[in-house]
Design a protein around this ligand. Structure first.
Ligand code: ADP
Length: 421
């Protein structure tokens, strides 16, 4: 049974260290992985350091080994450092594991991340006491009203500052995709623009470190970050406020050397420092996949209304979409729905939509994974043209049938956000 396991792993099969529940935990989470095993973690934090982590699992030996190793790796770190312990770190610390059991390490790292998240939420809920003005939020325990954070913890101060900013934003929606080039940024830009055209106060945040496309899509390539008395000032375009990591990079190559923790730091600082003021909607254009930037955004932006997942009709895209949806579920981010982009071809002359390749992949995944299907946007040369011209399609081609499809989708998203947000 133990063939292919290192001694280090085998020792933990029978006698996993840190096995068992902790009393009065500061953070706690339970996650059931796709394999059906459930892992549960309890965490104690003193003076900003993880002092003890306990765990249980319904899985067998490999699951116990991974849970045990994850708890040991977390101890002695700050909660944010613990949240950055990945599947590979656990496998490395165990000296490797047969491929068939490596998912146990993923479950352990996800449960640990969720435990830290729960700790952060508990900390915030316990500490927010004082009153301050916040026009968007009626809660009496709103974190924007806390003025005297515990000065001993940098992390706590960061969290408070982040909340003070984000609390003034009524709805926060992240746009995700399993892979690049499917039209995620196009959807984000047009979603934000359509909401602005409806008279909403909208912010558009582009957190794609390696390929920020929002500046190009809106003709803002020459913009740079400007600092005001209250933090970074977003670029204004009509009534929309825009901020992109692209405004920070002198050259796209600047970001290539940024590794995971640095990306997390950059995104945290970005979110903390942007002076959005009061907004009805913040639309976040994330990079493709479920890497560091997306993880950081989902961890740092509490109370996300949800994620919109963009895909193309091809079967091959389905695997990546499933990953995005599973990721959202693990992060407890609601999936507002799936958009199938480049679905059929819209004739630029008559607007008629013709199915040139197979369509319906997005709808099928939505059904399979029991998430809403928001609609299908055809391939329309004018969408690409608008992007290249640095103009939002829904604004500049607003009478076209494709713009009508986009508007219906935006309406569905806004309705969902208002009902659930
Ligand atoms: P992603 O953000 O997923 O990498 P983009 O939004 O940057 O993708 O889109 C990639 C390219 O595809 C862009 O040039 C964009 O103009 C084009 N595009 C996106 N959606 C459509 C569409 N429905 N019809 C035509 N071109 C599109």
């Amino acid at each position: 049974m133990t063939t292919g396991f290192t001694r280090n792993a085998q020792e933990r099969f029978m006698r996993p260290r840190n096995y068992g529940e902790l009393e009065v935990p500061d953070g706690h989470a339970r996650i059931t992985g796709p394999c059906g095993d459930t892992m549960e973690f309890w965490m104690h934090v003193d003076d900003g350091i993880v002092t003890a982590v306990g765990f249980t699992t319904t899985g067998c030996g490999p699951s116990r080994a991974c849970g045990s190793m994850a708890t040991e790796l977390a101890e002695g770190k700050t909660p944010s450092e613990a949240a950055r312990i990945e599947q590979q770190d656990i496998l490395d610390a165990l000296g490797g594991m047969p491929e068939a059991h490596q998912h146990c390490a993923l479950l352990a790292s996800n449960t640990l991340k969720a435990t830290v998240e729960n700790y952060m939420n508990n900390q915030a809920n316990n500490s927010d006491t004082q009153q301050n003005s916040c026009s968007n939020c009626e809660k009496t325990d709103c974190s924007a009203k806390a003025q005297q954070p515990d000065e001993s913890s940098e992390e706590y101060q960061d969290r408070q500052q982040l909340r003070q900013r984000l609390c003034r934003i009524r709805h926060k929606i992240i746009v995700l995709s399993g892979k690049g080039g499917v039209g995620k940024s196009t959807v984000a830009v047009n979603l934000a623009t359509a909401l602005m055209l409806e008279g909403k106060q909208v912010g558009l945040l582009d957190i794609d470190i390696h390929g920020p496309s929002v500046p190009t899509m809106l003709g803002l390539e020459q913009e740079t970050i400007q600092n005001g008395p209250d933090g970074m000032v977003p670029v204004e375009l009509g009534d929309m406020k825009i901020m992109s990591l692209g405004f920070m990079l002198r050259s796209p190559d600047d970001a290539v050397i940024w590794r995971g923790p640095m990306k997390m730091g950059v995104i945290k600082q970005f979110l903390k420092d942007i002076a959005w003021d009061d907004l009805d909607y913040l639309i976040i254009d994330a990079p493709p996949g479920t890497g560091d930037e997306v993880l950081s955004a989902c961890q740092l932006i509490e109370d996300l209304d949800g994620a919109v997942v963009v895909t193309t009709p091809q079967k091959i895209a389905a695997i990546d979409v499933r990953k995005s949806i599973t990721f959202c579920r693990q992060m407890q981010v609601p999936v507002l729905g799936i958009i199938e982009n480049m679905s059929g071809f819209a004739c630029p002359k008559c607007g008629e939509i013709t199915a040139i390749l197979q369509t319906g992949g997005g709808n099928k995944i939505a059904e399979d994974m029991r998430v809403p299907f928001l609609g299908a946007i055809p391939m329309d040369p004018r969408v690409a043209e608008a992007c290249d011209m640095g103009r939002a399609f829904v604004h500049h081609f607003k009478t076209s049938p494709t713009a009508a499809v986009m508007s219906d989708i935006v309406e569905a998203i806004a309705k969902h956000a208002q009902t659930h947000g």
